[in-house]
Design a protein around this ligand. Structure first.
Ligand code: PLP
Length: 456
């Protein structure tokens, strides 16, 4: 009997003993290759000395300062670095302790911006279906994932169904199951534009004067398994939002800071957001840290107005977390890891080629070092597995038995079906470790496929 409130109280979790590079050990002596960087977090790998030293130094200097009383040099420095990386010149950074807090902050910042400008009617936010933006109430309200919302529906303001009240949802572009019914994976520009046009319809239906923001993950992460949109989509979205004066919030919690081979995910399409939510790889798991980068136009509204963003967390801008963030960015830059991900992307995806021989592998997708495998019961018809089979969990368990950590997800289709796993190793993973990763993944897929064949 343990007093730990496990994620699943019916499951046993190994106790972690050690983590180094791309490897993790548990207290029972098992060793795992971390092919998912935990939950797409440990971008620079585990156990980097330079981060530990920076954290120790900051601990020795001053562990805590509340942002109503002090700022830290680490916070000031990290803000400058993030503005530079995001390309939002003259912007400013609001620190948080993780992705959900970043999304909450971004949503409230968008609303507060319009209040500062006197545009009080702008309060609606458009999200996407499916999507994942976090566990807190604001982030969950704009999350398009029925299973994650279901128990809390009565508590989610105006959200008993999708598209009610101030949280509206447009469909997420889904090239594998495109609205045009393409047999394979749709690459049509017209389809990308058609998905973007849904957004414009929603803006028109609600009145642009009532809409404050649109939020999306540049490449969809946890809900759909590393799903990039059609090439034309994001540029079209940006121009629609500009036309109607609606803010673009990029949820780059998973995609930001190198994961997709660019500084920011939207850089893949050469466009900029107005507000960027960051987390995960920012501190690469060394300490809890998130950030929101606001463009200069957003900042100016506050500077010209009240000067105050009515918001705040006790641990916002925590000096030690910021010191970890600076050390992680230093490590990424010193070792040119974003460039390395971009350079290795095509070789990385080639590694999946053999896996497409398995009947349960429906689609392999992603960008940079963020890959997803959609699992299907029938490859020709794209029929998903019944939800209660929980095939992504079955595969993740099997992978773990082969000493491989992957990140499973499911329930993204309207009927609650849909399964995927994500493969997103640390940027620092060595070539021979990558080879080992594909070998173990192959074994796990082979074993699950064999079992499925046996039970018919
Ligand atoms: N946004 C995205 C795109 C995410 O992938 C996640 C977490 O998976 C979050 C927000 C929430 O982040 P956190 O779990 O750090 O609160």
């Amino acid at each position: 009997m343990s007093n730990f409130f496990y994620r699943n109280l019916k499951k046993n979790y190994p106790v972690i003993a050690k983590a180094q590079g791309a490897w993790v050990w548990d207290k029972s002596g098992n060793k795992y290759l971390d092919a998912s960087s935990g939950a797409i977090v440990a971008n620079i790998g585990h156990g980097v000395d330079a981060v530990r030293e920076a954290v120790n130094d900051q601990m020795n200097e001053a562990a805590f300062a509340h942002t109503s009383q002090f700022v830290s040099e680490a916070g000031l420095h990290l803000a400058e670095r993030l503005v530079r990386l995001s390309g939002l010149q003259e912007g400013r950074v609001y620190f948080t302790s993780g992705g959900s807090e970043s999304v909450e902050t971004a949503l409230k910042m968008a609303r507060a911006y319009f209040v500062e400008k006197g545009e009080h009617s702008r309060k609606l936010c458009i999200g996407r279906l499916p999507s994942y933006h976090g566990s807190s109430f604001g982030a969950l309200s704009v999350t398009g994932h029925p299973a994650r919302r279901r128990p809390y529906l009565p508590l989610l303001d105006s959200s008993l169904t999708f598209n009610r009240g101030q949280w509206q949802f447009a469909n997420t572009p889904y090239p594998y199951r495109c609205r045009c019914g393409a047999k394979g994976v749709c690459a049509s520009d017209a389809c990308g534009k058609a998905y973007a046009a849904e957004l414009e319809t929603l803006i028109a239906e609600n009145g642009a004067e009532n809409v404050m923001a649109f939020i999306g993950e540049p490449v969809v992460g946890a809900s759909m398994g590393a799903l990039p949109p059609h090439e034309s989509y994001w540029r079209e979205v940006r121009s629609i939002l500009d036309k109607h004066g609606v803010l673009l919030i990029a949820d780059e919690v998973m995609t930001g800071l190198g994961r997709v081979g660019e500084k920011m995910g939207l850089d893949l399409w050469g466009i900029k957001a107005d507000i960027i939510a960051l987390g995960k790889g920012l501190s690469a798991g060394y300490l809890p840290l998130g950030a929101v980068v606001a463009s200069s136009a957003i900042v100016k509204a506050f500077e010209d107005g009240s000067g105050v963003f009515e918001h705040g967390f006790t641990y916002s801008g925590h000096p030690v977390a910021c010191a970890a963030g600076v050390a992680v960015l230093d490590y990424v830059e010193r070792n040119r890891l974003i460039e390395a991900v971009a350079k290795k992307e095509s070789r990385f995806f080639q590694g999946f080629r053999n896996l497409s021989a398995y009947e349960i592998v429906g689609d392999i997708r992603g960008r940079g070092f963020l890959a997803g495998i959609e699992l299907v019961a029938n490859r020709t018809t794209k029929e998903p597995f019944p939800a209660d089979v929980r095939i992504s969990q079955v595969l993740a368990r099997e992978a773990l038995a082969f000493g491989l950590m992957v990140y499973p997800g499911g329930g993204f289709l309207p009927d609650g079906k849909g399964d995927h796993i994500m493969i997103a190793p640390p940027f620092t993973i060595a070539d021979d470790e990558l080879e080992e990763m594909f070998k173990r993944l192959n074994m796990a897929l082979g074993s699950v496929s064999q079992t499925l064949m046996t039970i018919g």
